[in-house]
Write a protein that binds this ligand. Sequence first.
Ligand code: ZN
Ligand code: ZN
Length: 99
Amino acid sequence: MTDGSWLLLKGDPDRVRVPGTTEIPGHRQRVSRIRCPRCAWEPGRNDLWMCLCLHIWNTFDTRGVCPGCGRKWAETQCLRCAQWSPHDDWYDDERDSSA
Ligand SMILES: [Zn+2]
Ligand SMILES: [Zn+2]
């Protein structure tokens, strides 16, 4: 007699994806990369920004909105070249998202 529950554990390939390999060309409909418009630095998940309210978070998780005070940062400072650039310019969409 077979217990079918183990099949559920084995048959879910989406759960065994290795972290850090999410950039699969053509896998997702909307490819959106984030990088500094000035030096092409790509921030990772562990890169953090600090708001004037001293809240620290990854600004690209919220599209530049501070979760602490709700302030929207129209510009984002690069942690590598220290230049400020419009937050939207960081999103390097393949599709034209000017609208
Ligand atoms: Zn804040
Ligand atoms: Zn930069």
